[in-house]
Every structure is written in C-alpha cells, then in structure tokens.
Design a protein around this ligand. Structure first.
Ligand code: GDP
Length: 170
C-alpha cells in the first residue's frame, strides 16, 4: 500500500474570526455557537484521499495565543500550508491580514502555500466584499475562498483546496 503523506497546516488570523469553529466543522461537522474562549481543539488530524494519494493532515489551531500575538516560530515550523482567516463582517480583521502576512514571512517557510479565507459568509451584514478578498489574495499570490463555519458551506473546500495545492507542489 502506498505510504500516506503528512501535511502540517496551521490556522491563523485575528481573535474570534472563527478559526476554532472552522477546525471543529472540518473535523466533526458541528458548530458550537457559544463556547468558552478556546474550544480545546488545538490540534486535529484527518485523512484525505486526493488524486489517488493518501494524505494525513495535521491541523493546528492557535489555542488563543493570537490574543497576545505570541504565536512563535515553533507554531509555524514545518507547516506546508496556512489558512489565513478573516471575518467578512468585521473589516478590522481584514485590515490585519497585512500583519499576519508579515508573521508568515518572518516565521514560515518560503514555499508555504497560503489560502485567504473569508469566514462567516452566512452573515448578512458584511463589511468586506468578496472582490476585495479576491484582490488581496491575487496581489499576494495566495489562494482565496469564502466559507461559513456555521453552515459548513465551503469549509471542506478550504482545507481540500489548500491540501491540493500543497500536493501539487510536493
Ligand atoms: P477564533 O478565536 O478565531 O478561534 O474564533 P472562534 O472559532 O472561537 O469563533 C468566534 C465566534 O464567532 C464564536 O462566537 C462563533 O460562534 C462565531 N463564529 C465562528 N464561525 C462563524 C460563522 O461562520 N458564522 C457565524 N455567524 N459565526 C461564527
């Protein structure tokens, strides 16, 4: 049997953009509206089959460390991909993407694949248009999509699109 490949993926972005909810939705297909500060899903694994290739994903969530901007080199080490998440209903989380990109450049590996993820697409009151997200991603050479950790829409896509891009590069 062919050996499965191991991909480390990290989820970053401002506090409360929905990083933990995205991971939980991806791993267990559930959404918890009101949860404690951390859902306790700091880490999860999932097996995928892409283009006939077995992939084992190791996905890391920041576990609240972003609150103090104390995410450090060890978190980024070995990551082949990152989901950089903002909340489409809060512009400040989109503006912050620049800072997160700086962190990625500082701590991440050069060839890391980055997907910009506009979360909470279920909310009616958006402050960031889809085109703005697309433009930011395009200008930086990143992937882009919008999703909802609440309804589950496009959540699998976010992880799968990123994984496929990693696989193509590997
Ligand atoms: P984190 O700090 O980035 O890990 O964010 P959380 O996953 O803890 O989510 C922050 C808040 O946003 C919680 O109250 C969630 O219920 C809510 N939330 C997360 N994802 C969504 C979503 O897709 N839609 C909506 N409407 N709320 C969401």
């Amino acid at each position: 049997m062919p050996k499965s490949k191991l991909f480390k993926i990290i989820i970053i972005g401002d506090v409360a953009v929905g990083k933990s909810c995205l991971l939980l939705q991806f791993l267990e297909q559930v959404f918890v509206q009101d949860h404690d500060v951390t859902l306790g899903v700091e880490f999860g694994t999932k097996q995928l089959k892409l283009d006939g290739q077995q992939i084992k994903l190791h996905v890391w969530d920041t576990a609240g460390l972003e609150t103090f901007r104390s995410i450090t080199r060890s978190y980024y080490r070995g990551a082949l991909g990152a989901l950089l998440v903002y909340d489409i209903s809060r512009r400040s989380t989109f503006t912050s993407l620049h800072e997160w990109v700086k962190d990625l450049e500082r701590y991440g590996s050069q060839d890391m694949i980055i997907a910009i993820v506009g979360n909470k697409s279920d909310l009616p009151d958006r402050e960031v248009e889809t085109e703005e997200g697309e433009r930011f991603a395009r200008d930086n050479g990143f992937l882009f999509l919008e999703c909802s950790a609440k309804t589950g829409e496009n959540v699998d896509d976010a992880f799968i699109t990123l994984s496929k891009a990693i696989l193509e590069r590997s």
